[in-house]
Design a protein around this ligand. Structure first.
Ligand code: ATP
Length: 236
């Protein structure tokens, strides 16, 4: 069966500096992949490259068999990938509802798994603050809104960079719970985070990046079973 995402020989450059080197990665439908590695190893660049946001990229990226390697970000978004960037990107002057409604559109084949009602049900805190402006929200609520906005596009694949960075433990827990629900509804997820325990609970597979290359990949339990392996590449 064609994988949802198939990346082959992906390279990315910032000027003369090569940040990704020959990335090979396949992600199945509804699969959750944890992308980990030390700082500066290329995790964000990989997500940004998949989204078409790194102009100098080479190699092959296929979504459901369609070549999107050279497509612009807006076409990639329309073809079914949603991106939750590090540091968030909501409209501060718009309300929670306005932020969500602006992003709404059916997914591939007209799929409407995620409606406004369902997104608000997934995030009760957003439902309570539905008329609040984006700038009035806490960091955790902003992250929920960014994920909610991504869901409103009914993506096949959602890319989440630094899912819980800087969030209080209880709020982070809530984000992990929602990512699990999202995956349960059939979307594939690639998530970057520093919380290895939470990643191991969510992910079907963990992929480790070091210096722009995938140096390790496997089921969380398999990687955890080899003493010192993750410490070497992730620093835990
Ligand atoms: N816009 C840019 N221009 C030039 N170099 C960049 C740019 N963005 C990132 N880099 C460099 O590319 C390398 C990979 O960065 P990237 O942000 O992808 O790593 P990361 O694994 O996500 O790390 P972190 O956890 O610190 O975000 C780093 O050396 C970084 O300094």
């Amino acid at each position: 069966m064609t994988p949802l995402l198939a990346v082959a020989g992906l390279e990315a450059f910032y000027g003369a500096s090569q940040v990704l080197k020959g990335i090979e990665l396949e992600v199945g439908r509804g699969e959750a992949v944890g992308l980990v590695g030390r700082n500066g190893m290329g995790k964000s660049t990989l997500l940004r490259s998949l989204m078409g946001l790194v102009p100098d990229r080479r190699g092959s990226i296929r979504l459901d068999g369609r070549d999107i390697a050279r497509a612009p970000p807006e076409a990639i978004a329309r073809s079914g990938i949603a991106y939750v960037p590090e540091g968030r990107g909501i409209f501060g002057s718009l309300t929670v509802i306005e932020n969500l409604v602006m992003a709404a559109r059916p997914g591939c084949g007209g799929r409407r798994t995620w409606t406004l009602e369902r997104v608000l049900a997934l995030f009760p805190r957003l439902a309570e603050r539905r008329r609040h402006g984006g700038q009035q929200l806490s960091g955790g609520e902003q992250q929920m809104l960014t994920i909610g906005r991504a869901l409103m596009t009914n993506p096949e694949l959602i890319l989440v960079d630094e899912a819980t960075e800087g969030l209080a433990p209880l709020v982070a827990q809530e984000i992990w719970r929602t990512l699990d629900v999202i995956r349960g509804e059939g979307a594939a997820v690639i998530v970057v985070d520093k919380d290895m325990r939470a990643i191991a609970r969510l992910a079907d597979r963990i992929v480790v990046l070091a210096k722009g290359e995938i140096v390790l990949a496997g089921r969380p339990a398999a990687l955890a079973a080899t003493p010192g392996l993750l410490e070497r590449y992730v620093g835990i």
